[in-house]
Design a protein around this ligand. Structure first.
Ligand SMILES: Nc1nc2c(ncn2[C@@H]2O[C@H](COP(=O)(O)OP(=O)(O)OP(=O)(O)O)[C@@H](O)[C@H]2O)c(=O)[nH]1
Length: 223
């Protein structure tokens, strides 16, 4: 399944993705590395309820100036995480716009979708209680209004909460796949998607391919 992680800069998109894949928090990585701002597709296999699921997770760059480029990325995805930080009101205000954009772009490319799209709203950094600017109720109200599932998590503190987000989104994608299979016919996407670097991880299954460890992380990055 293809997942697109959307949200303003610095809300923790990379932290969540890397937390899910490696079970580690990126705060443990060398902070001088600049990879966190690079757009990357992470490939990862995970076992969910006995199924081996092949994830491709596009961690978008927060500051996307070009809406056309963003559109291509949204067309590529099967499911979407729209992330904000509870410490950043502005990132919360952006959720509505991103949600509208995902729905608008997909309404053109997926016909007769009766179910809501697989989108989850994720409030990150709940550990920073002192810096909180967005309450849990704000998040619940917004998600309720948009009729989307809502998660409040800390990618820093909890591996389980982070994994639950990805597992739930996978469940939502599968639900929609069974109710309207034709909506999941691969949509034409531009060559742009081939240009985004890919990092493969087999960390959970440990089968063939390169494993994703802290030491090899740097080697896997594009030059
Ligand atoms: N306290 C705390 N800090 C976090 C959490 N998640 C991420 N951070 C920190 O927030 C900063 C930004 O995290 P990133 O994962 O790089 O954010 P991003 O959304 O990928 O940012 P862009 O790539 O610029 O779009 C980093 O310093 C992280 O260590 C969290 O749950 N709690």
């Amino acid at each position: 399944v293809r997942i697109v992680v959307l949200g303003q800069g610095a809300v923790g998109k990379t932290a969540m993705t890397v937390r899910f894949i490696t079970k580690r928090f990126i705060g443990e990585y060398d902070p001088t590395l600049d990879y966190t701002h690079t757009e990357t597709i992470y490939r990862h296999e995970a076992s969910i309820n006995g199924d081996v699921v092949h994830f491709e997770i596009l961690d978008t760059a927060g500051q996307e100036e070009d809406t056309l480029l963003l559109e291509e990325k949204i067309k590529w995805g099967d499911g979407f995480l729209i992330v904000y930080s509870v410490t950043d009101r502005c990132s919360f205000d952006e959720v509505m716009r991103l949600c509208f954009l995902v729905n608008h772009i997909n309404s053109g490319s997926r016909k007769a979708v009766s179910e809501p799209l697989p989108i989850l709203i994720v409030a990150n950094k709940k550990d920073l209680e002192f810096d909180r600017m967005v309450t849990t109720e704000d998040g619940e109200k917004l998600s309720g209004g948009l009729k989307l599932p809502f998660f409040e998590i800390s990618a820093r503190d909890s591996c389980e909460e982070t994994a639950a987000v990805f597992h739930t989104l996978y469940g939502e994608i599968m639900k929609q796949l069974s109710s309207s299979p034709t909506s999941f016919r691969r949509r034409a996407v531009s060559k742009l998607m081939d240009k985004i670097p890919r990092i493969h991880s087999n960390s959970t299954l440990g089968s063939t391919g390169r494993s994703f460890s802290l030491s090899s992380f740097r080697d896997l990055l594009p030059d």
